[in-house]
Write a protein that binds this ligand. Structure first.
Ligand code: ATP
Ligand code: MG
Length: 649
């Protein structure tokens, strides 16, 4: 009992209420950094310590492997190491391995490691384009349909009702979807969504297996609940059954998967569904300095619509820190090199590299930062790209290790043997200079480090034991960690935090992304920026470059920045040369060159105007600019508390 108060210490009264609620359901609705994840980990540990539930009876789920790993680490630290904290998919995979043979009377089908290839085969059969981009669009539409529980037959009408814009005619997409399912099941393969579909179906169809499942798991916890999609919700319902020991936490302002079918309606609707639930709202932000919190409030405060459940304002709790820094660069290489230099300075001042992250909108952006970091000899790891165990070099390494076991290669004690075997698949003594070769080296060397770690725990572990350990990790997607700066997409960064965060590449077309062409899609991009900003504890650096590396096309800074860059900041005042460049390179079709101050300033994004046509010159402002200006104007209106219709002539 002496331990008990400790788990309630270090929590504020609202967090404590959620932790100490002895029975579910519990719902925590709160903004970023307010301690939602802390609350649920403490709650689990508290219930375990009080003997109300055994660790193995708790199933905690979240959406990314890294967030699940983070949760396991926090739980271990609180003395609740036996609790399963996994992604929905990893949890479903584990359960399916157990239940599948009993339901289907045959071994479980393999999980495909190349879904893309299956989609290529399917679209090829129908004579559709097999171009990478086209296939990817079809694949993501199939994913949306599956996670929305829509069959190929239902697809055309459901897509229409949901306002989807499929890359090909809806009926053709439906055929591609059906062909994909056929190709996949002929090969006896499962994709990630199948894991969820199958486990839900098993628990719904078999009373006996459902009861067995429910005698194993009693308490369910969902982090980041705002991003649950209909299929995951169905799985959750199948898990929980008619019991109510369910704890959910989330922040509707961080919904960033609605393009894939996720919706915050289950989070917001939770108190209605469970009127007896303990409902807690948190607003103190413990993660970030007040300067970062202010910026986060501004980003989300500018959202066009703020439905109930999203009007949460954060109140900073930490001491003051540096103001967020904004920087504009001429091209991406310059931006990346400047970031690498700033990282080196932070490291010199004692910020550990593992406490620094560069976050971007799309994985393809990572390359230029990887290059700059390699050149500056700063170690890094890329997150949220390909899953660690799906990487080609890791699959090759695993098959080499397995062959060695089959050949009974003498491999006593362990790290040296692993290293030698990996030399066969290209592991060099010294790390390659940079780029993807360096990344491959880093991932292989982390396999060697894992062997070292294992020998530390199990001194007589052999190769077979080691590979079994890797298999277990692959199953739960728990990759070994590599020390260094984290490079991650904004999606992969959700739930995590670093002392210093660099939000890079903030230009129109990237954030918001090019294909965000509806208001709803743009709002999701704004929430992504909010997620990015709220990852920083102390140092926050926002940057953009006016051209791609070596590119000549002019790019405009993200519309989300207009109201954020402080007026006195140099980045708020683009140089005349840049303005001229902007006018020359991006004239809209019918647009004459602006002649007046209004249009010139509007193009540079530094001045508010009465929207529409200028009365002094024949300029029609283009759509991008108009929407940036609208956002800027409404933010100004909010700040000034009067409509900001200022006309300069
Ligand atoms: P996100 O929405 O980004 O997932 P969150 O609400 O889950 O954020 P946590 O990650 O749980 O927030 O907490 C943010 C940080 O604040 C963590 O470092 C956590 O340890 C710290 N923290 C949370 N609550 C408290 C508290 N009561 N006292 C001190 N620190 C706290
Ligand atoms: Mg969290």
């Amino acid at each position: 009992m002496a331990e008990l108060p400790r788990l309630l210490e270090g929590l504020d009264p609202e967090q404590r209420e959620a932790v100490a609620a002895l029975r579910g359901p519990v719902c925590v609705l709160a903004g970023a950094g307010t301690g939602k994840t802390r609350t649920i980990t403490h709650r689990i540990a508290y219930l375990v310590q009080r003997g109300l539930v055994a660790p193995q009876q708790v199933l905690a789920v979240t959406f990314t492997a890294r967030a699940a790993g983070e949760m396991r680490t926090r739980l271990r630290g609180l003395g609740a190491g036996g609790v399963q904290a996994q992604t929905f998919h990893a949890a479903a995979f584990r359960q399916l391995r157990y239940f599948w043979p009993r339901m289907h009377d045959m071994p479980m089908w393999q999980l495909t490691d190349n879904k893309f290839r299956l989609v290529v085969t399917a679209v090829n059969k129908l004579g559709m384009s097999t171009e990478k981009e086209d296939v990817r669009d079809v694949a993501s539409e199939i994913e949306w349909a599956k996670s929305s529980m829509i069959s190929p037959e239902q697809y055309p009408s459901a897509a229409d009702a949901a306002g989807r814009e499929p890359p090909v005619a809806p009926t053709l997409l439906a055929r591609a979807f059906a062909a994909y399912e056929q190709v996949k099941s002929r090969a006896q393969l499962l994709d990630f969504d199948d894991l969820l579909l199958h486990i839900a179906a098993i628990l719904e169809d078999s009373q006996e297996l459902a009861e067995e499942f429910r005698s194993q798991y009693r308490s369910f916890v969902v982090d980041e609940y705002q991003d649950v999609n209909p299929l995951q919700q169905r799985v959750l319902d199948a898990w929980v059954g008619n019991r109510d020991d369910l704890t959910v936490v989330g922040d509707a302002n961080q919904t960033i998967y609605s393009f894939a079918g996720a919706a915050p309606k289950w989070l917001i609707g939770f108190p209605r569904r469970y009127p007896e639930a303990t409902l807690v709202r948190l607003e103190r932000d413990y993660r970030s300095t007040p300067q970062v919190v202010d910026l986060a409030n501004q980003v989300i405060g500018a959202a066009r619509e703020r439905p109930a459940g999203t009007r949460l304002k954060l109140i900073g709790q930490r001491p003051d820190g540096p103001r967020p820094d904004f920087a504009e660069y001429d091209d991406e290489t310059e931006e990346a090199e400047a970031i690498a230099r700033k990282i080196a300075q932070l490291a010199k001042r004692g910020v550990p590299l593992s406490e620094i992250a560069i976050l971007f909108r799309i994985n393809a952006q990572s390359e230029v930062y990887e290059k700059a970091l390699s050149e500056a000899e700063i170690p890094y790891q890329v997150r949220g790209g390909e899953r660690f165990f799906a990487r080609a070099e890791i699959r090759k390494a695993m098959s080499t290790l397995r062959t060695a076991i089959a050949r009974d290669v003498a491999a006593d004690d362990l790290p040296g043997a692993v290293r030698e075997l990996l030399v066969e698949v290209g592991l060099t003594e010294e790390p390659p200079a940079g780029g993807s070769a360096r990344e491959r080296w880093e991932s292989m060397i982390s396999l060697v480090e894992l062997a070292e770690e294992l020998v530390g725990q199990v001194p007589d572990a052999d190769l077979a034991r080691y590979v079994a350990e890797l298999d277990a990790r692959a199953e739960s997607q728990h990759p070994p960690t590599v020390e260094g700066v984290t490079l991650a997409s904004l999606h992969a960064a959700k739930g995590l935090e670093w002392d210093a965060v660099f939000l890079a590449g903030l230009v129109e077309g990237t954030l918001p992304i090019q294909h965000a062409d509806t208001d709803a899609a743009v709002e999701e991009e704004r929430r992504l920026l909010y997620v990015g900003v709220t990852r920083a504890r102390e140092h926050l650096h926002l940057s953009w470059a006016l051209a791609r590396a070596g590119g000549r096309r002019f790019r405009r800074r993200s519309r989300f920045l207009y109201s954020l860059v402080p007026d006195e900041h140099p980045a708020a005042l683009p140089t005349k040369a840049k303005m001229r460049e902007q006018q020359q390179i991006k004239p809209s079709k019918q647009q004459a060159k602006p002649k007046c101050r209004v249009c010139e300033a509007a193009l540079a994004g530094t001045m508010d105007i009465k929207l529409g046509r200028c009365r002094d010159c024949p300029s029609d402002l283009d759509e991008d600019l108009l929407s940036a200006l609208r956002a800027w104007r409404s933010e100004r209106a909010r700040q000034l508390k009067v409509p900001a219709y200022v006309v300069f002539t």
